[in-house]
Design a protein. Structure first.
Length: 170
């Protein structure tokens, strides 16, 4: 009996590891949390105010993330297609205050749209990651024009599904 229980737990754990992060859009349905996040130039960004009445595409990224380098160009191209619409792209770096200069340099070198917003709070907190339980980069969050999170993906990004969520967000 004990061996069967341990074996079952082992199989369950292996299945969780092999499943990895979900690639399909998840529709959490909750509101975007009220957060003020700093940028590398000393500014402050209230995410709810910045997205008020707009569909938002939030890209949560890291300087050292190979998946960010893989998916960001396609996400930026997707965002460009919505220029002129009530739409806003917001990129938030998760590397922390000590890495802010590196994040700013990386954004400049790779022509990422600014400002370089940081997921940084008091006592080394990561307010966005903590509020939404983010575990990986990149994470892509789609917010509809009423401030509701309508899609979220981590690590493996399905760009057509992100575009579908953006279209549904208007």
């Amino acid at each position: 009996m004990f061996k069967a229980l341990i074996g079952g737990i082992f199989i369950f754990c292996v299945a969780l590891i092999l499943a990895g992060p979900a690639a399909a859009m998840v529709a959490p349905g909750g509101e975007l949390p009220a957060l003020n996040l700093p940028d590398t130039d000393g500014g402050s960004h209230d995410l709810k105010t910045d997205l008020e009445g707009k569909v938002g595409l939030i890209i949560y990224w890291s300087v050292s993330c190979p998946y960010c380098r893989k998916y960001t160009p396609g996400l930026l191209e997707l965002a460009r297609r919505y220029d002129g619409n009530p739409f806003k792209l917001i990129m938030i770096n998760c590397d922390g205050p000590a890495m802010a200069p590196a994040a700013k340099a990386y954004a400049h070198k790779n022509a990422l749209p600014g400002p370089v917003i940081l997921d940084s709070g008091p006592n080394d907190a990561e307010p966005l990651a903590e509020a939404l339980e983010l575990d990986a980069t990149p994470t892509v969050i789609v917010v509809n024009s009423r401030g509701k999170i309508i899609g979220m993906q981590e690590l493996s990004i399905d760009i057509p599904a992100v575009e579908k969520a953006i279209q549904e967000g208007f």
